[in-house]
Each structure stands twice: as C-alpha cells, then as structure tokens.
Design a binder for this molecule. Sequence first.
Ligand code: HEC
Ligand code: HEC
Ligand code: HEC
Ligand code: HEC
Length: 170
Amino acid sequence: MRKNTVPIVLTLLTLIFTGAFIYFFFAPPAKRIGPEQPIPFSHNVHSGVKQIQCQYCHPYVAYSNHPGLPPVEKCLHCHNYIIVKHPWIQKEHRYFNTQTPTPWVKVNYVAEHVLFNHQRHINSKIACRECHGQIENLHRLPQKVWRMGMCLECHKKKKANVDCWLACHS
Ligand code: HEC
Ligand code: HEC
Ligand code: HEC
Ligand code: HEC
C-alpha cells in the first residue's frame, strides 16, 4: 500500500460527504414546494387575494369521485379580460386554441385500492382546509401522499366508520 493512500481516501470521503450534505440540504425545499406546473397557477392570488370560491373552479368536488381541475375555458372566462397579454395567459390561449387539456401535475395521491369520495366528507361539513391545509396561502401546491393512518386518525377523532379498515387489516 502506498504511504499516501489513507489521506487520499479520507479526502475523497470528505468530498463525497460534503457534496451529499450540500445536495440534501438544498434539495428538500424544492420538493416541499411541489412539482412545477405547466402554468404557474397560484391559489394564493386567486383564492387568497381575489377570494374566488374553491367550488367556482372545483365545482364537482361534492358530487364526483373525480372532482377534477378546471378546464382552460374557465380560466379564460376571466383572463379574456384580465392580464390578457401576460405570457402565461398567452399559454392558456395556446392550450385552448389547440384543444389541449392543460397538463396539470397531480399532487394528491391515495393508495390505488382506495377510492376516495369527497361527497360524504363535504356533506358532513368538513372544510376543505381540514384535509388540504390553507391552500389559499400557497402559490405552488406540495405533493401529498395519503396514507391510511391519516384517514383513520380523523375517523377516530370524529367517530366516523373505521370498521371496513379494521375488518380488512385484522
Ligand atoms: C376528508 C378530507 C378531504 C376534504 C374535506 C376535502 N378533500 Fe379534496 N382531496 C382529498 C383526498 C384524499 C384527495 C386525493 C383523492 C384522489 O386522488 O382520488 C383529494 C383530492 C382533491 C382534488 C384533486 C382531484 C383530482 O381529480 O385529482 C381537488 C381539486 C380537491 N381535492 C378539492 C377539494 C375542495 C375544493 C374541497 C372543499 C370543498 C376538498 N377537496 C375537501 C381529501 C379531502
Ligand atoms: C374569476 C376570475 C378568474 C379565474 C376563473 C381565473 N383567474 Fe387567474 N387571475 C385572476 C385575477 C383577478 C388575477 C390577478 C391579476 C392581477 O394581478 O392584476 C389573476 C392572475 C393570474 C395569473 C398571474 C398570477 C401571478 O402570479 O402573477 C395567472 C398565471 C393566472 N391568473 C392563471 C389562471 C389560470 C391558469 C386559471 C384557470 C385555472 C385562472 N387564472 C382562472 C382572475 C381569475
Ligand atoms: C381560479 C381557479 C381555482 C380556484 C378558485 C381554486 N383552485 Fe384549486 N386548483 C386549480 C388549478 C388550476 C389546479 C391545478 C394546478 C395546481 O395544482 O396548482 C388546482 C389544484 C387543486 C388541488 C390539488 C389537486 C391535485 O392535483 O391533487 C387542490 C386540493 C385544490 N386545488 C383545492 C382548492 C381549494 C381548497 C380551493 C379554495 C381555497 C381552491 N382549490 C380554489 C384552480 C383553482
Ligand atoms: C378530516 C377528517 C377526515 C379525514 C381526513 C378523512 N375522513 Fe372519511 N369521513 C370522515 C367523516 C366525519 C365521515 C362520516 C361522514 C358521514 O357519516 O356521512 C367519513 C366517512 C367516510 C366514508 C364513508 C364511511 C361509511 O360509513 O360508509 C369513507 C369510505 C371514508 N370516509 C373514506 C376516507 C378515506 C379513504 C380517507 C383518507 C384518504 C378519509 N376518509 C379521510 C372524516 C374524515
């Protein structure tokens, strides 16, 4: 073994650890703010500052398994008149003119075998923010993976049905 092998290896290890540290130190915030969207839509601008109701844009949330995201026509109801020349609004027009559905990136996920239905929840007067947090304060939505525990925690607190899960998993 050459005399300077040990210092070289140590130096390399230090470099690797420093690199990894810097990477992980800076990477998480980018993940926390969520995936980049095709148009940098801001809930804070629309629901916070301009106070547009959630259900104006998500009208089917109480009736459908797939509340869905607003079609670009809905954006243009307003943006045919508001900040018309903005490059992001021009991009809306391109989607509209080419009949391309806006490729929004989904941020909420439930396990595949779970069919989540908003209806029961909204009918029992649970506010959007109890599950989604204060979306009206956010510009970009963070990713959220729903685990069973998150459903059960509230079901226990509110004395809602937990039988199904207990039966399935015991
Ligand atoms: C009891 C918890 C809960 C409440 C209350 C709730 N949501 Fe949700 N929401 C969820 C979960 C869980 C998902 C992910 C469901 C899925 O991927 O199928 C979701 C998904 C969504 C989606 C995305 C749907 C899609 O098609 O991808 C929208 C939009 C949404 N919620 C809007 C709302 C609005 C608006 C309200 C209030 C009127 C609301 N939610 C109230 C739990 C809730
Ligand atoms: C009910 C009216 C209304 C609807 C519907 C609407 N917007 Fe807006 N939007 C506004 C207003 C008001 C502003 C603020 C304009 C300003 O700053 O002068 C705005 C601002 C914006 C901006 C610039 C925001 C920024 O961060 O500076 C973008 C991008 C945008 N909207 C995209 C959308 C998209 C995409 C949709 C459809 C999903 C949509 N809007 C639907 C009223 C609306
Ligand atoms: C002006 C239209 C508009 C309004 C008002 C609005 N949203 Fe949205 N919402 C969108 C668009 C567009 C997306 C997809 C882009 C994104 O994720 O930011 C979205 C995405 C979402 C999602 C994530 C869907 C997913 O991918 O899982 C949730 C949850 C949601 N909205 C809830 C709300 C709640 C709660 C309110 C009221 C506080 C609200 N929205 C008000 C247009 C709107
Ligand atoms: C913030 C509280 C809360 C959260 C979070 C929540 N639920 Fe619920 N859920 C309730 C309440 C309260 C009821 C009872 C509604 C009723 O009695 O009509 C309910 C009812 C249900 C029902 C109908 C049960 C029955 O009696 O048939 C299903 C299914 C359900 N939730 C699934 C889910 C799933 C899946 C999730 C997680 C993705 C979830 N819930 C998250 C509060 C919540």
